[in-house]
Every structure is written in C-alpha cells, then in structure tokens.
Design a protein around this ligand. Structure first.
Ligand code: AMP
Length: 189
C-alpha cells in the first residue's frame, strides 16, 4: 500500500492536493475535517462537534480516532490511503501507526506542505467567502493556527525520526505543487 499523510498548517492547500493525489494514485482520501462535517447533521454529537470546530479546537481524540479508523476500515481494499487533517497530535499519530500495523501496513511518507501563516490565513479568508465554513473567520483562524503550532506541528519530529518527512513548497499554484508532488511520488514507486 502507498499510505500518505498530507501535512501542513490550516489553509496550506492540503485538501486540494489530497484530492488530486487520491485521483492520480487511486488512494482513499480520508479527510478528518470532512468526516466531522458530515457528522454535523447527527443530533447531539453534531452539536458537540460544531462547538469544537467553531472555536478552532481539536475535537476529542477518542471521537476522531474511532471515526477515521472506521472510515479507513471501509476502504481497506484500496491501493492505499491519503490522510488529510489527520493525525493532528501525537496520540492520533501513534494510534494511526497501531491501526496500520494491524493491517500489516504503515505510513509511507508525510508530505509537509510548507506555507507561512501569513499566506495561509490570506487563503483561508479568501476561501471563507465561498466555502460556507463557519470556522473560516479571523478569530477562529487565529485559534486554529495556535492549535497547529502547539499540538500538530510537533508531530513532524515524530515522523522525522522515522525519516518519513518530505517538504513541499506550498507557495506555487495548485498545478505546479501537484506536479512537484507527483515527481516525488513517482520516484518512490
Ligand atoms: P479541517 O477541515 O482539517 O481544517 O478541520 C476543521 C476542524 O475540524 C478543526 O479545526 C478541528 O476542530 C476539527 N478536526 C479536524 N481534524 C481533526 C483531528 N484530526 N483531530 C481533532 N479535530 C479535528
């Protein structure tokens, strides 16, 4: 299996690139943010999730870990996964490792999309005009970056120790970023 994590700050373009990569490599695209947004219609649980998302905080690990693993289990026959927005902290990263090990597989590489907070927040504000996402506003964006810095960015070290991190320049346009990723992944095969 080819199992990828697309990593980077909010607004770096993870979702866009993940969709392109999933299509080109026939991978199952698992976006934890999308999985959660689908659950919003789900009564009491939906209300809880919305509170976390609207404040920019991470939803509790037990919830998101179970949801992502259930979604992955459903797609276990695919040629691989691309995890988007997941894992977001060390506990999730370790759970994911364990889950993949039970399936006799592992993370192949982490694609680290690099973009400054300044550029990324500009993109989110722009996206907010059309995304309809209630968390694409100034205050929530500030919180999401803080959560990224404190909880998510540190897990890069965990993957660096395993020599799995590939840095990708997140500044060019969508097509060029994808071309760069595609070149790197072709070499891996
Ligand atoms: P995203 O669509 O990836 O930007 O995620 C939007 C929001 O969903 C985040 O700000 C969190 O509140 C929640 N979320 C998404 N993925 C995770 C995750 N892996 N762990 C906890 N919360 C998450």
């Amino acid at each position: 299996m080819l199992n990828l994590i697309i990593f980077g700050p909010p607004g770096a373009g993870k979702g866009t690139q993940a969709a392109l990569i999933a299509k080109a490599y026939k991978l199952a695209h698992l976006s934890s943010g999308d999985i959660l947004r689908q659950e919003l219609k789900n009564g009491e649980l939906g209300t809880q999730i919305k509170k976390y998302q609207d404040s920019g905080k991470l939803v509790p690990d037990n919830l998101i870990i179970a949801m992502v693993e259930r979604a992955a289990q459903k797609k276990i026959k695919s040629p691989g996964f691309i995890f988007d927005g997941y894992p977001r902290n060390l506990r999730q990263a370790k759970s994911l490792n364990k889950f993949l090990a039970t399936q006799n597989t592992a993370i192949t590489v982490v694609l680290n999309l690099k973009l400054s907070e300044r550029e990324a927040s500009k993109r989110i504000i722009l996206r907010g005009k059309t995304s309809g996402r209630s968390d694409d506003n100034h205050q929530t964006i500030k919180n999401r970056f803080q959560v990224y810095r404190l909880q998510t960015a540190p897990i890069l070290d965990y993957y660096k120790q395993q020599k799995k991190v590939i840095n990708i320049d997140g500044r060019p346009d969508i097509d060029l970023i994808f071309k760069n990723i595609d070149k790197l992944l072709t070499k891996l095969k």
